[in-house]
Design a protein around this ligand. Structure first.
Ligand code: DHB
Ligand code: MG
Length: 219
């Protein structure tokens, strides 16, 4: 085990212990034999800290996958809070729906199955109440479009987090032909001149592949 993994496990045992719902969700993802691309427990706890820091009552997630991050976030929200999570794959949504239904947070989570660009555009057009926090963790090529729509669904002080913007350091490769890498490179470059947020990128190391998250606060 790498040093980063060992330390991650140490932090997890101290500060990011999974409850039954989170264990069940992780097992369901493993049983489906999907790639190990959920956030780590320590990252889940970080999302909880962000939610508490802005007293988030309304949270939006793009890319439910197996609802592992969904549950971490929902568990930090108040009883009258609402988390909307969007997933385009019916196969992923079926597993997520099951894990959500069995969790203590089932009444606070709304899983929408569909194309995020369309669902978000509809939310903008119907003047949906702004979200306090938005977690972008869906397919990487449209990350700039997701971020721009997230801005339209935010207010001053909203937090926008984007997963996987370092990709094992591959963001440094200007000639990358990997569309996932190119998608996050476009976002990172866009953020350089985006006047609507104060933001930075946190590198994430630990039990998962070396990666990073955008942390943006809407001005
Ligand atoms: C991938 C997507 C993710 O959201 C993640 O955390 C890791 C990898 C991917 O599509 O490769
Ligand atoms: Mg991710």
């Amino acid at each position: 085990m790498t040093l980063f993994s060992q330390v991650d496990q140490y932090i997890e045992e101290l500060l990011a212990v999974e409850d039954q719902d989170l264990k069940r969700a992780r097992l369901a993802i493993a049983q489906a034999q999907w790639p190990d691309q959920s956030i780590s427990p320590v990252q889940g706890k970080l999302l909880q800290c962000f939610i508490h820091s802005c007293n988030a009552k309304r949270v939006l997630e793009l890319g439910t996958f197996g609802a592992y991050s969904t549950l971490w976030m929902a568990k930090a929200m108040p009883h009258d809070g609402k988390l909307i999570t969007i997933e385009c794959s019916e196969e992923h949504a079926a597993v997520a729906r099951n894990s959500i239904a069995q969790s203590d947070q089932c009444n606070n989570i709304e899983l929408q199955v569909g194309v995020a660009l369309e669902l978000l555009t509809a939310m903008v057009e119907s003047n949906t109440e702004p979200f306090d926090m938005i977690f972008i963790d869906a397919d990487k090529p449209p990350y700039v479009a997701y971020f721009k729509l997230a801005l339209k669904l935010s207010r001053k002080g909203s937090i926008i987090i984007c997963d996987n913007v370092v990709r094992n350091g591959k963001v440094l490769d200007k000639d990358s032909s990997d569309e996932k890498v190119r998608g996050v490179q476009r976002l990172n470059t866009y953020l350089k001149t985006c006047a609507e947020v104060t933001c930075t990128i946190l590198q994430t190391v630990g039990s998962k592949e070396y990666d990073g998250m955008v942390f943006a606060v809407v001005k």
